[in-house]
Design a protein around this ligand. Structure first.
Ligand code: NAD
Length: 492
């Protein structure tokens, strides 16, 4: 069996390497349920080696490069991503069970992130600041924060790695990436591109590891200057604490329980379609899943009917087939977690309008797209992130009540408002406490648009112009102009 597995290596200091311990682990294909790849089981000692390589690159050739030179490398990397989209998409599909039709689209767009941040790498400017004391010229420099630890989850590993990598490289940082133990392969496959793009050795290092200790070592490493994390809120708290111990910068992209608010004047067919996209696409395994439907009582039954009808036609199956619409859940612990939430919802009195169980005839870890009604604001399935294809519907009658329900969550990642009333659309969007709000749309992202969470959904923003700031330090430089001397015992 082991001989048939595709083998991957980590990249540390520009070289393909095995774990220092020589240990490996097998990555499972969630559709076949079989191991399909063998990857290095890197541990804390491999993280140490990668951080040392990243530091050496920062102190060496990379640290001496101009933003113009970094931009050229980022552009080349973006082109290589596009040229290798097909292979990288297949790696993601085999490792995480995501649909090929979604992944090829994502990989074809991914190069755009490197091109966007290439456009910023040579525009990182300081300021000249007026000083109240005319004897001083004051200006600022914006310098790379240093070595970045980037820790990613199992859903969309390459997209979420790119959201960290592209601005970090534009800023002039070096990076150690630690992908999830559940889907490490695509990041290892991607790592082969850095040398081909011409990046100096050690600028980007990728370490895979089975134990959560590997990520913990990176988050708390004394040689790391900033941690960029995407994952669960629970792990994010541990990462923030570890970074805090080192007084390090940290950005966190965490979980969500995002509301889809539907008013009675909405185009219900469009809303049903957007709600399907929000919670059943990617088998609901997206941080921005629109998993709470908040619908006006007058249109509740009709909207649920439309959603259930479309859900009943969702084609579950092989994620590699072009006509498959929903693949399996990405790994067994997650599969069991989703089924546990369905049992809990039923025991708490929810009505299953559609789905509600595992789909056993298909071999892999399939769960039916599920629509639950008859829940309350206190139901577990309304309060907690399921991270699976499960929609829970609440009703309202007044706009204020809808806003209150939308914000009645510890999370604040995303949300949507469905209405044809332009006044109400903007009024309600302004009141939803979330980092992204779509009006009559859902699940749209772009390199140029900031993404991140309010409240327990995160800290800082990825994407957009200001994501580069998350990877920069600002230094103020004071230049004495008079050439004279001053009273040494006064300030300024
Ligand atoms: P997770 O928190 O279990 O793991 C995320 C990563 O952290 C993995 O690489 C893991 O190995 C590593 N890790 C584990 N323990 C660690 C520690 N103590 N210190 C440092 N790193 C550690 O999350 P997951 O199960 O892989 O992903 C699912 C979660 O991610 C969901 O809750 C989802 O909402 C969230 N998510 C958020 C976004 C976003 O942008 N906000 C995007 C995707 C996923």
């Amino acid at each position: 069996m082991t001989e048939q597995l595709e083998r991957f290596q980590m990249v540390i200091g520009g070289k393909p390497v095995d774990a220092l311990s020589g240990k490996t682990f097998e990555s499972q294909n969630p559709y076949t349920g079989e191991p399909w790849a063998q990857v290095p089981d890197g541990g804390p000692e491999d993280i140490d080696a990668a951080v040392a390589a990243a530091r050496a690159a920062l102190d060496g050739e990379w640290g001496a490069m101009t933003g113009f030179a970094r931009a050229a490398l980022l552009r080349r990397l973006g082109d290589l991503v596009t040229q290798n989209a097909e292979r990288l998409a297949r790696l993601e599909v085999n490792d995480s069970g995501k649909l090929y039709r979604e992944m090829i689209g994502q990989l074809n767009a991914l190069g755009g992130w490197y091109h966007y941040y290439a456009g910023l790498a040579d525009k990182i400017e300081g300021r000249q600041i007026p000083s109240p004391n005319p004897n001083y010229l004051v200006y600022t420099r914006r310098e790379p924060v240093g070595v970045v630890g980037a820790i990613t989850p199992w859903n969309s590993p390459l997209l979420l790695m790119t959201w960290k990598l592209a601005p970090a490289l534009a800023a002039g940082c070096t990076v150690v990436v630690k992908p999830s133990e559940h889907s490490p392969v695509s990041s290892l496959g991607f790592a082969e591109l850095f040398e081909r793009a011409g990046f100096p050795a050690g600028v980007v290092n990728v370490v895979s590891g089975l134990s959560r200790e590997t990520g913990a070592r990176l988050a708390g490493h004394p040689g790391v200057d900033k941690v960029a994390f995407t994952g669960s809120t629970a792990t994010g708290r541990a990462v923030a604490k570890a970074a805090g111990e080192n007084i390090n910068k940290v950005t966190l992209e965490l979980g969500g329980k995002s509301p889809q608010v539907v008013f009675p004047d909405a185009d219900l067919a469009a809303a049903a379609n957007g709600i399907i996209a929000g919670v059943f696409a990617a088998t609901g395994q997206t941080c921005m899943a629109g998993s709470r439907l908040i619908v006006h009582a007058d249109v509740h039954d009709e909207l649920i009917r439309l959603i259930a009808e479309r859900a009943s036609r969702i084609k579950l199956g092989d994620p590699n087939d072009a006509d498959t619409e929903m693949g399996p859940v990405a790994n067994r612990p997650q599969y069991e977690k989703v089924l546990g939430y369905l049992d809990k919802a039923k025991s708490e009195g929810a009505t299953v309008a559609y789905g509600g169980a595992a789909e056993s005839g298909l071999g892999g870890l399939f769960v039916q797209p599920t629509v639950l009604t008859g829940v309350t604001a206190e139901s577990t399935v309304v309060r907690e992130e399921v991270f699976g294809p499960v929609l829970a519907a609440l009703t309202f009658t007044e706009e204020d009540e809808a806003i209150k329900l939308a914000n009645d969550t510890p999370y604040g990642l995303a949300g949507a408002v469905w209405t044809k009333d332009v006044h109400r659309a903007h009024r309600v969007a302004a009141k939803i406490k979330a980092g992204s709000v779509w009006i009559n749309a859902y699940r749209v992202v772009a390199p140029s648009v900031p993404f991140g969470g309010f409240k327990a959904s995160g800290l800082g923003r990825e994407n957009g112009l200001h994501a580069v700031d998350e990877y920069l330090e600002e230094k103020a430089i004071w230049v004495e102009l008079s050439g004279g001397t001053r009273d040494p015992f006064t300030l300024g």
